[in-house]
Each structure stands twice: as C-alpha cells, then as structure tokens.
Design a binder for this molecule. Sequence first.
Ligand code: EPU
Length: 484
Amino acid sequence: MKLVPKSLNARPGKAESLPPGPLPELRKPVSRSRTIRIDFRNGEIAPESLMDKFVIRGGNPLVGSVRISGAKNAALPAMAAALLTDEPVILENIPDVRDIHTERNLLVSMGAEVELGYGRASHRTTISCSNLVNPEAAYELVKTMRASTLVLGPLVARTGRARVSQPGGCAIGARPIDLHIKGLERLGAAIKQEHGYIEASAERLRGGHIIFDKITVTGTEDLMMAATLAEGETIMENCAREPEVIDLAALLTKMGAKIEGAGTHTIRIHGVEKLHGARHRIIPDRIEAGTFVIAAVLTGGDLQLTNCDPSHLGSLIQKLEECGVSITAGTDSMRVTNGHQLVAADISTEEFPGFPTDMQAQYMTLATQAQGTSLITENIFENRFMHAGELARMGANIKVDGRRAVVRGRTPLSSAAVQCSDLRASASLVIAALVADGETIIDRVYHIDRGYERIEEKLKGVGAQIRRIGEILPRRAAAPSVVA
Ligand code: EPU
C-alpha cells in the first residue's frame, strides 16, 4: 500500500519500482503494494475505535511465546530522518501502531510518498521525500502525537524552512519543546513563534555547540538529524543515551552522516552536503517486551519473548530479580518464569540506562502484588501517576504525594470498570486486569493502540482471556411497574 499526498497525482505502476539509486538493494523488488489516497484527518482516531474497550477475565497464567514488535520510539525518528534525503529510505520492523499511522500521514501531508509493505513485508515502509511540497506539520496531526515535532530539525536542515505546530500540554506533563528550539537557534536557525506555530528558517544550518539543559530523548534526536546537514561540526553535550538514539544514529550513518558518540553523553556530528537513501531495521521495542515480562510475572506464567533485545532492559531485569523473579536472557530472546511470592523493591525513574519512565506504570501494578512497601519515584514527567487512581479502584493500596507513590502490597485486585489515561497507564491496567478476580472492562483503549501492536491478539495467543468490544449498549431499563 502506498500513501501519496492528496495534492499529488497518484502515479499507478510506480509503487512497484523504486527510482534508480546508488544502493543496489534499493532496486530489489518490494512486495505487492497498493496506492491509495489518504485523507489528512486520518491521524485522528476513527470515531468507532474511540468506543473500543477491552474485556479481560483475570486468572490465566501467560504461557507460550510472544514475538516483540519494532520499537515505536525508534521508528518515529527513523521515519522523520527520511525527510533529510531525496532518495528512498526503506525501514523494516516498523510496528503497526497508531502513532506510526499518524507519522505516515504527517509525512504524506508534506509531499512524501510512503509505501507500505504487504503480506509478509507488512512491517516494511519505504519513504521517498524527493518532492517536499509543504514543510509544515499542522496542528490537527501534531495534537494527536507530540513526537510530530521530530520533523522540525530535519525539515529546516533539508528545505531551509519548517512550520510546526506547538504541541501543547499532555496527560503526563507539560512537555515543553524549548530545548529543540534553543538547539536549532544554536545551529543558526531563525525562530518565530506565533499563532501556535514554530517557524524555523535558515539558508543552511551551521555546526554549533549545544549543551542540553536537561536530557531529552526526542530533543537529542531532532538536533542530531538537523546537524547532519549543517555546515561544519556540531558538538552536543548532555545527550540522551537511549537505544533509540543509537538506532537513529545507525540509520543516519547508513545515509551518509558522520556521527560519533551516539549512546554517550557527547555526540559529534560532521555535517555533510547531502544524505542518500538507505535500508534499516528498527530495533525491538524494549517497553513492549518489559510489559509482557511483567504480565508473565504477575500471572505466574512461563513466557518466552522472541525478537527482543534484553541488553536494552538491564535496569528492569535487575529490579525484577531483586523482587524474586527468574529471567533467562539470550541475545535476542528471553524467558521469564515465576512461581514465587514477589518481594517489594523501590524504583526511581531515570534516563537510560536507569529505570525507564515508560515502565513505571506497569511496575506499579507489579508492586501491588509484591509483599511489602514499594516507593516509586517518577523523575522524568511531573504527572505520570494517573493510573494509580484506577489501580486503587481495583483494590490497590497506593498513596501518591507529588512525584512519589507508596504502594503497599500485597492486595488482591478485583475487577472494575476502569479507564486509560495514556499509553503506558493503559498497559498497567491491562496487566492488573490479567490478575484481577472477575471481568474488568477497560475503556479508552485507543491510548494503548498508539504504541502496542495487536496487544489483545498477542495476549490471547499465550492464554489470556481478552476481548475487544465496541460500545456497550446500556441495558434496557426495566418496564415501570403499573400501579393500579
Ligand atoms: N523537556 C523539556 N524541554 C524540552 C524537551 C524535554 O523541559 O525541550 C523535559 C520534559 O518535559 C521531560 C524531560 O525533559 O520532563 C524528558 O523528556 P524527553 O524530551 O526526553 O521526552 P520525549 O523525547 O518527549 C521520549 C519518548 C517518551 C518517553 C520519554 C522519556 C518518544 C517518541 N517518546 O519522549 O515515550 O517517555 O522520551 O524516556 O521517543 C511513550 O512511549 O509512552 C512515551 C511517552
């Protein structure tokens, strides 16, 4: 399937053949594909999925094998990196989740041609940005996904101009993007902020010295992309060291960028005149893997995870071992079994390689089932305990005080009607429902669809009782009794 901008004519037949390029592999035939026109509003949630709910009956151990998808948070910057070249970028292992659909639509709205693989190649996406007609990220798309701001750096570096909507607040915190903006200014961009948009312009960016006030993952990625096409050398200090940053640097290097130090606090980039197309496989999703690990632990299961990278999960594995869990890790697989009573252990979220904030909610569910008191400190986002209230409704004993939560375990969980507030909070509720007594109904699962690929099918495949349903119609009211 190929997505083309509405403003451009669909060119039948072109979907099968890639333009000639320097890389022989780019000429390999891709799988069957279709060309469709898209409606730019597709980034929004279809009204019917807004009503989707999960019904989960708890109590079944997760037993079997689950294949982990590609990392959403590595795929999003990789797709934005395609803006840096006029040649096709082929990305493999792209997860089929809603944030990826939003980013595809965003790229298409700018003039990119996005071709989706089909059948066995369904996780392959080919992006060609040879004709960027509109270097703008409109509010309608940015409001549904903050990571849209990842296009800011690449757009201004490639086209000399970018107009990106300011994302606004978010359920887990204010999440400003001031560090992206300051960094671009350090690279010589002129920035104007008006009418809710950031406009950046530069004849050509020039290398500069950026010291991030605070470690930011997408900020590091955005500016690393911008610096690849800047004139001269850029040194970035206090950079994020997440595996997703390293993966992006690997892709950019394949595209011809000169980058040293990705994965350390200091990254050096020697700007080049032009980048070219490349083929790249996205790393496995460490957060999806961690979510399944915790689900297996709590259900007393025996789960094998394949296509994952345990080396990205060091802090989680170490913490779970402290709680009494047994994990066997291979190079691209891991097995988790648990038949023991868990013991409480404190966590404090930190930048990589510390305990990931994206696993904090799921760990909180685990803490409700551990013997003793766990102190959970959230250092990255100021409002990331929204799940605590919902877990409490299921019987958890949790007290939140600012950035700290005290969880006293072990408390049995019982089914309830609960509601998702953000992506990872949703995952914590799904896990809670898998161990709760009875049938839990989880509302607003569109949050989980942003970042977990077919989670209900994967869970069902290893023994969970889970069903996705549309709107539940209210029971018909009983007929009023007739009073004589
Ligand atoms: N921050 C600023 N100014 C900035 C940028 C960030 O003050 O210009 C602050 C943030 O408000 C936050 C801290 O710095 O307090 C760290 O934020 P960061 O920029 O690192 O977060 P992000 O890049 O917006 C990515 C992931 C998040 C993940 C965080 C932290 C992507 C697309 N998103 O967000 O993933 O929680 O890093 O690891 O990579 C998720 O997948 O559920 C998710 C939220």
